[in-house]
Design a protein around this ligand. Structure first.
Ligand code: ADP
Ligand code: SF4
Length: 697
């Protein structure tokens, strides 16, 4: 008898003409590579298949030039010329015994057609509903347009089969395609047979599903991804609508895949929503169809996954982010190694790849997007090149990742950390409001390091240059990685002020001070103190510190030169939630404003457009502007190069924030890069050190 407690997750699931080898289902997800980075994309999906995901899907695939979402980069199936690129992917997925799915999307109102330039089409005359307010309007589709769309969809289904896909999706989710737009009263104001009642609004979906089933003719399964609630009551797709859809169309496709609202509602970060947050919206829908049901929820706990299946909420464990953070999640559960899962931290750095049109990266999984480009793998490491040993100084994300990856490569490694705990900035930042899941960056690496005999860790071991050089000769270290991190600046230098900000007469704090427990009004708390936060960093830190201080009873005014608070978090789909939370907490927001100096009662400010000066009252100032590398150790060691030979040292390299302060994802990636390139660093290389997809002319 199989004693795996999660056996239920390993059961086969038949659907349509197919059988999935287990319940792990990599749902469609964007990746910033799409049609541009063909082989990089194919290998990224292939590693998921290798890691045991029974079904591996593309992101939304554009089916026709008249509906494209430039500048975003998704896969395309506009005509036959796009088939070979997708064939590369299906072959790579099939190589590892998984089923390949494609999500056919006619973007409709969501596609501004910046490349093809033809007027977009939707149910109604409306401005396009993309992520940027493009000055483009979609036109209402005529019956002839609808007939064209049905033909184009059929052609895309045919091409999908030619490209080797096993599962073809009709996409009605996330407000990202015409099926959703027709279903939703928010967008569909038609008065003909395609508008009004829910029966009419689902007509296009019905037709596309029937067309697709006919077109695949048993050669592939048909899936439908659909938004189960837009959270807008009767003005949007409601629970009643979806129950009606399942009542009418529930038996037409071979599989249903349920998502929440728009993409922002579906892919909530851990700062704003828990694992399994969609359960209450999906519960009960499975009873309305005999077909298997996929659901998502940033699942990383096998207990939660098994419970969802046992309780009959879903049949397939759908995952985008958990499969990005750990492509081997299914294999680890199957092999009884669930505690080795590299859990997603819910930061949405992966989403920022799509939003910035750059290849997907992941905070937890630095090999994401590098499978083909650099030959990195999430689990398999190249054996060490030489019998060398390495000293890594500093156990933040960069040092932890470097030590772990070096250990996995077989290098004898010593990791030293000056403080009493591992984790560096993640250990500190995970204590801030809403960021507790970020501690998983440390948890995963610490548990891996515990299993690696080649790596020893020492806490409370601050290293000076003398100590590094003497321990190199004493213990035979060949190489040193300096991962000593960075500190926030207290002089206001950043994007807006590239020279120091003149502040006097009021106490100044940095994020490091606050994370170390200092408070504007003194300890234990600062209730009643009026604190100004100057956020010229624009990622999460300014907003999170506003929450921290407000929770403790401070009056908080957040001043930022950007037009909105935490402006970069548009790319992690959090900005609207951050603004709402701060406003709900009565944090005063002063956007398009910069701090220019201090005044009698606080600070002098200036409008970033007009330069007009103003004043705000404040008892203290928190500067969230930029950081400086803590690189004195690296600089001193590099300056003493002539002593290396005597100590037996071959290289000293600053990595992570000690090289250039950046995101946690960037520090983890640098740690991995150091371990990957240790024998042949590429920093001075004339040649591009990774593969690119080049257009053949
Ligand atoms: P990164 O993001 O690059 O990993 P962090 O700031 O998170 O950087 O981590 C740097 C770590 O290095 C911190 O835990 C810090 O205590 C440690 N550290 C800094 N200087 C030294 C030193 N001289 N010796 C040992 N550890 C150090
Ligand atoms: Fe999860 Fe963050 Fe990785 Fe995305 S980038 S998969 S949210 S850990």
């Amino acid at each position: 008898m199989n004693d795996n407690p999660y056996q239920v997750l390993l059961e086969e699931v038949p659907f349509g003409p197919l059988v999935a080898r287990n319940r792990f289902f990599q749902v469609p997800h964007c990746n910033g590579m799409g049609y541009r980075d063909v082989r990089a994309h194919a290998d990224m999906r292939a590693v998921k298949a290798q890691g045991g995901w029974a079904v591996v899907c593309t992101e939304q695939a554009e089916i026709h030039y008249s509906s494209e979402i430039t500048p975003f980069i998704e896969v395309r199936l506009w005509d036959d010329a796009d088939i070979p690129a997708l064939e590369v992917m299906t072959e790579r997925i099939h190589d590892h015994g998984s089923l390949a799915g494609i999500e056919l999307a006619y973007n409709g109102l969501n596609g501004p057609n910046l490349s093809s330039r033809v007027a977009p089409m939707g149910p109604t005359h409306l401005p396009v509903a993309g992520f940027v307010d493009d000055p483009v309007q979609a036109r209402a589709m005529t019956l002839r347009d609808i007939a064209n769309l049905r033909r184009w969809h059929r052609q895309a289904v045919r091409r999908s089969l030619q490209a080797g896909f096993d599962l073809v999706y009709v996409y009605g989710g996330h407000a990202l395609g015409v099926v959703h737009h027709f279903l939703s009263p928010r967008y569909n104001h038609r008065t003909d047979a395609y508008g009004g009642s829910v029966e009419n609004r689902m007509r296009l979906l019905r037709e596309l599903l029937i067309d697709t089933v006919e077109e695949v003719d048993g050669a592939a399964a048909v899936g439908c991804r659909i938004t189960v609630d837009e959270l807008l009551g009767d003005s949007g797709i409601s629970r009643e609508d979806i129950e009606a859809v399942l009542g009418e169309l529930g038996e037409i496709p071979d599989l249903w895949d349920f998502v929440m609202g728009s993409w922002e509602d579906d892919s909530v970060t851990s700062r704003f929503g828990p694992e399994g947050g969609q359960e209450k919206y999906v519960t009960g829908l499975k009873a309305l169809t005999s077909k298997p049901v996929v659901g998502v929820g940033r699942f990383t706990s096998p207990d939660t996954m098994a419970r969802m299946v046992r309780q009959g909420v879903i049949d397939f464990i759908g995952a985008a982010r958990p499969s990005i953070a750990d492509p081997y999640l299914p294999v680890k559960i199957a092999e009884g190694r669930a505690e080795e899962i590299r859990e997603c931290i819910g930061c949405n750095i992966c989403v920022s790849g799509d939003f910035t049109m750059s290849p997907i990266r992941c905070t937890q999984n630095p090999s994401m997007g590098e499978e083909w480009r650099r030959g990195w793998h999430p689990e398999i490491y190249r054996r060490r090149h030489a019998d060398e040993s390495v000293l890594v100084v500093g156990a933040g994300p960069a040092g932890l990742e470097a030590a772990m990856s070096l250990g996995k490569r077989g290098y004898s490694t010593v990791l030293v950390e000056q403080s009493r705990q591992l984790g560096g900035r993640v250990a500190r930042e995970a204590r801030l409001p809403g960021l507790s899941a970020w501690i998983r960056v440390l948890d995963y690496r610490r548990s891996q390091l515990d299993r690696l005999d080649q790596v020893d860790c020492y806490l409370e071991s601050a290293m000076t240059a003398d100590e590094v050089l003497s321990s190199a000769s004493e213990y035979g270290f060949d190489r040193v990685a300096v991962a000593t991190g960075s500190l926030w600046r207290s002089d206001g230098v950043g994007r807006w002020h590239t020279g120091p900000l003149p502040i006097s007469g009021l106490p100044v704090f940095t994020p490091d001070d606050l994370m170390a427990g200092e408070r504007p009004g003194g300890l234990p708390h600062s209730a009643g103190t009026r604190v100004a936060i100057f956020d010229d960093d624009h990622y999460y830190m300014g907003g999170v510190l506003a929450e921290l201080l407000r929770n403790e009873g401070c009056e908080v005014v957040l001043v930022t030169p950007a037009v909105m608070v935490s402006s970069w978090t548009v790319n992690t789909m959090e900005q609207h939630r951050i603004a709402a939370r701060l406003l709900d907490m009565e944090v005063e927001l002063r956007c398009s404003t910069t701090v220019v100096g201090s005044s009698e009662g606080g600070l002098r400010t200036a409008c970033t457009y007009t330069g007009k000066e103003g004043e705000i009252k404040a008892d203290a100032l928190v500067l969230v502007t930029s950081r400086l590398p803590e690189d004195s150790l690296a600089r001193e060691l590099l300056a003493r190069r002539e002593e290396w030979d005597g100590a037996g040292l071959k290289s000293v390299t600053a990595i992570g924030d000690a090289l250039a302060p950046g995101t946690i994802a960037a520090a983890v990636w640098e740690g991995r890069r150091y371990a990957e390139e240790i024998e042949a660093p590429t920093d001075d290389s004339d040649a591009t050190p990774f593969r690119r997809e080049l257009t053949a002319l």
